[in-house]
Design a protein around this ligand. Structure first.
Ligand code: UFG
Length: 346
């Protein structure tokens, strides 16, 4: 139990990281941003400064670089760490496993070395619903078993969760939260920040938004013969602003009590099919999204969505944005930024 002011946010210019910065500011935390720009860009910092009407301390460095990373801890009294920095593309991780293991695991280990050395008492880890593997029931509870990952990206999440459990057993005074994200979509209401993947998107929402602006011709829906009401897969799509709020609520809890290690699902608790999401996007934005049905994508689970009871009871977390809000905000961001994060003047 201690006051938290300075929060090191690794990967703070990424999609979830940047929205979390805004929510931290709203709740009077002081984020200190670390990012190597491998999957983001400096313009996001500019936009964060516009949205929040303030400057941020920013370190452009790679968390795998032990020496450089220490500068952040030497120059600032860090009260809490939110560790987003990681590679996250499932398909790429299958092709380049070493890259994923090196980056995700070494970044984590380096951060933890300094957490210990500089006596930081609060740590939040970005995990994923991918740790549940192929669910045999929905909704998914935090107590459900973690299953062997089907790809190196997923393995890194499971390995780090295990390492945190081992660490927590002998460091009970450190507050550790593992946040298991479901499918984040949407964007900041300003439309200034949002999801901007490099190249052709792998994930559903950025693919839809790029079809909406005519950058991609049509969406292929991977499989319409699943055992669901319309034959397409079901996911728990959660607005990135809600997800960001989940991190703030976690820090609030850390300030009130010694939690030890805690695990929370961050989702909405509702399943939405691919077809339902596409239809919601068309209705919310009055735009036609041409689509075709294609074969199933290897490794896709039929249905996963969260039980959010634990996060609701213990954190006060409840998703506020509807699927329509998500579709509107994703579209708004994409329409304003058809060519990505082009420099805008303050
Ligand atoms: N989909 C399509 N067409 C596309 C892209 C996706 O039909 O062009 C479908 C997928 O088959 C799936 C659904 O849309 O049924 C969602 O797919 P995403 O790729 O957007 O998301 P996933 O649920 O597959 O993956 C996400 C994260 C992963 C994480 C995983 C499990 O991207 O990092 O959830 O939590 F591991």
């Amino acid at each position: 139990m201690s006051e938290i002011k300075n929060v090191l946010v690794s990967g703070g210019l990424g999609y979830i990281g940047s929205h979390t910065i805004c929510q931290l500011v709203q709740h009077n935390y002081n984020p200190i941003i670390v990012d190597n720009l491998s999957n983001s860009c400096l313009e996001v910092l500019n936009r964060l400064e516009i949205i929040n009407n303030r400057k941020f301390k920013f370190y452009q460095l790679d968390c795998t670089n032990l020496e450089e990373l220490e500068i952040v801890f030497k120059e600032n009294k860090i009260d809490a760490i939110i560790h987003f920095a990681a590679y996250k593309a499932v398909g790429e991780s299958v092709k380049e496993p070493l890259k994923y293991y090196f980056n995700n695991l070494i970044s984590y280990l380096n951060i933890m070395m300094y957490l210990e050395k500089y006596k930081v008492k609060n740590f939040v880890f970005s995990s994923s619903a991918t740790v549940y593997g192929i669910p045999n029931h929905v909704p998914l509870f935090e107590t459900d078993p973690v299953q062997k990952a089907t790809n190196p990206y997923g393995s890194t999440k499971i390995m780090i969760e295990e390492m945190l459990e081992d660490y927590s057993k002998v460091h009970k005074d450190i507050n550790i939260a593992i946040l298991r994200y479901f499918n984040p979509i949407g964007a900041h209401p300003s439309g200034l920040i949002g999801e901007q993947p490099n190249g052709i998107p792998n994930n559903l929402m950025p693919y839809i938004t790029q079809v909406a602006i005519g950058k991609l011709e049509k969406l292929t829906i991977f499989g319409n013969d699943y055992p669901t009401s319309d034959g397409t897969c079901i996911r728990d799509y959660v607005h990135v602003m809600d997800l960001a709020e989940g991190h703030v609520l976690t820090l609030n809890k850390f300030q009130k009590e010694n939690t030890g290690l805690v695990i929370y699902n961050l989702g909405t608790g509702k399943g939405t099919s691919v077809l339902e999401l596409v239809n919601a996007y068309m209705q919310a934005n009055n735009i036609k999204i041409p689509y075709v049905f294609g074969p199933r994508r290897q490794g896709d689970v039929v249905s996963n969505y969260a039980s959010t009871k634990k996060a609701e009871t213990e954190l006060g977390f409840k998703a506020k944005y509807t699927i329509y809000d998500c579709c509107k905000d994703s579209n708004h961001f994409q329409q304003l930024n058809p060519n990505g994060f082009v420099k805008i003047n303050k």
